[in-house]
Ligand binder design. Sequence first.
Ligand SMILES: Cc1ncc(COP(=O)(O)O)c(C=O)c1O
Length: 365
Amino acid sequence: MAMTKLFSPGPVMVKDNVRHSLLHYDICHRSKEFEALFVDTQAKILRLFEADDSYDSVIVSGSGTSANETILSSLFRAGDAVMLIRNGMFGERLLEIINKYQIPLVDCPFDWATYPDLGVVENMMAAHPEVTVVAMVFHETCTGMINPVPQVGALCKKYGKLFSVDCVSAAAGEHIRVVDNNIAIAASVGGKCLGAFPGSAYICARKELLRSLTADQCKNVYLSLYKHYQSSITSHQTPNTPNVNLFWPLNVALTNALDDETLDGRIARYQRCAAIIREGLTAMGCRLLLDSHMSNTVTSVFLPAGVDANTFLKEMEKRGYTFYIGKGDYAKQGMIQVANMGEIYEQDCRNMLEVFSAVLKQMKQ
Ligand SMILES: Cc1ncc(COP(=O)(O)O)c(C=O)c1O
């Protein structure tokens, strides 16, 4: 079968050394060898989030939702409330978790693709002393919008709230800067901008916060932040059997991003690729969903009137290119998402645009 180029926002194309690292001989997760790999990976995760030594990281075997659920099921004691700032499907995913754990909620919703109004956010924060944690998505993947993390981080400092940020589609694609942005806790995964495989999630948090957790306040058995942290500091291991084999690809992908390409270099490549994609699509007469606050890695674009999005995606798939159909109502409006995460380079974008243009022309006829 012909190889498909994934222009989808995860899973992503991985580098050969990431794939080859899967062929490592088998080891036990209670061995010294695993512990060394674990500690090394934790240290690299801290660098990915641009953390200092007041932060620590834990690794959760699961998808991005597992890391978000670990955080949201672990941070609250009786009487604590969460304020959720949301403007898209992944903010709604956080809402689903919050509701499932029956955490008292101060909801701060904005329409999809609407940049949060900081005046509204501040008034709500000021009016709710019961809120201990403010949660938000860094990169709302369903639109491609980057939310106002530095500004909300500053408000959290002013009002004494812990800032929890879903960085699932942002880490390694944007600068997270947990220290500068006053982020107390953040989650991400290997299988997106970092260029590892799906199934490795991780959390970077202030040590002070991690140390303050109790077993009782964590409401999930597997996804307990307390257990993950305790296990990590006492034995350099995970509380349950982790996806041992995925630790090598995760570690290699971190080295690729941080040491070989460098975080600045990777982010600059993503910016160049996104610019090529956006320029090319606009030149073809396609309208972009956003005109500002766009991420470095996801372009949401409406196909020209009369071009059926699902048929278009099938035609592109036949030619070796995978995209996403728009989420929710966007699909009905002919919106698709073109991502440039992982092993996608400038020439891949140019090649893809040529095929994109040819298929559009053919479908318009
Ligand atoms: C911002 C954001 N949060 C959470 C998720 C959920 O991640 P997963 O599907 O890996 O559970 C995604 C997935 O795309 C995402 O983009």
